[in-house]
Design a protein around this ligand. Sequence first.
Ligand SMILES: [Zn+2]
Length: 490
Amino acid sequence: MLDIEDEKIVDEVLEDFAAIAAIPRPSFHEKAVSDYLLGVFRALGCEVRQDAANNIIADRAASPGYESSPRVILQAHMDMVCVAEEGVEYDPLRDPIRLCRTGDELSAEGTSLGADDGAGIAMILYVFRHAEQVGPLRAIITTDEETGMSGAQALDAKVFSDADILINWDSENFDELTRGCAGSVGVDFRRELHWCNPMMSQAWNISVCGLLGGHSGERIGDGRGNAIRILAQTLHALKNAGISFSVASMTGGSARNAIAAEAEAVIATQSRREEILRVISDMEQHVRTVLGNVDPGISIKLSEVEMPAQIMGDSEMEALTDALLLLHTGVFQMSSTMPGLVETSANLGLIRTEGNEVWFSYFVRSSVDEKLGEIADACRILGTRLGLAVNIATPSPGWRERPQSELSDIMATIFEEQNGRPMKVGVIHAGLECGWHIKKAPHLDMVSIGVTTCDIHSPKERLDLTTVVPQVRLVMETLHTIARGKYTLK
Ligand SMILES: [Zn+2]
């Protein structure tokens, strides 16, 4: 339980958090929340700008006597991933998030909470309201972090020209300090279909399930199974076993940046159930051996379904399964400088049969931007060879760790003094807007922090309120230390 003083701070942070949660703010629909923030920062006496991408840039004057101290940028994003539990009626464009506090934990009723990154904004507002004996501060609250970082991409480089220090407030663990992240590029493959009428006697659903899935940045190094790939392997094995069949649909995965935990295909065939089952159970055994104890729940199931109205041609199906088998999923390379860190990886996240096409997504991450380009090139060649249309999105740049970060040293020292244990300092294999910032302003000394949240981007998202006050103290002391001239690196 929090004591009375701490409770007052948490209540005030929650007041701002609740005000933001009341405004629907999925990515690309941030105008209302952006206008709201414009008003809030203005009411705090800041000089505020709203740019064409609806990013908010707010300047707070230095405390008296600290006018010549270095400016510090505090940065968060205003959009959120809006998802609801099954059966919950929720319109992300109209409905507010309904907050629910249980003890020291905050969650939402039936939907994602938006602590990612509403917590970052509420914490920045707290600092703006209360910081004393600090130099000039700038808040940058961006739009559309979640679907492509287009807000960060659109930021005018000038917002970084009079500042050397940036704290990104969009991480998930209070005791972790991030000083580097991976870049990424999304590649979508599409195959147009020429539907045929099925002339077979039976139709079956083949479903790959029981896998762990997980975030493709955080969990890719574990070697977990990818259901989309395993589905392609199964179809390939059926063909190799001489079973003639046609595919009516392929569906799998839940997000581009999640390892596909489930995938299924509907096939039409003349072959008997036992023949198909034999191949499937051999494949299940094969995959089990490959995955070992990393992902032991894998199962491939067969069930009879109604005959589909249409099926794909053989060459279309082969092009798709070949592509899925040739695209590497998992780790390409581990970091040569940071033990245990994945340097480059790729993931098959989604496959869908829609209208007259099948499309699937391939998401590549790397802390070396050049490798994103190499793999994207290979994707283009592969797609062209197999007759698939390839769409390569604008890559999000990575953030390479700088050899020396005075900001990181200051914060880690203060953290240890205040909490009696060291802060975990490291680099992550996921994306942050810092990649765009550093591309525009290579001089920036940056870190990323955050209060502790769990299961973000899901209806189970939770915020650990016990981490609010220690993080306020950490940032206040950091700002004060910098203002007193303890920060020297230029
Ligand atoms: Zn976020």
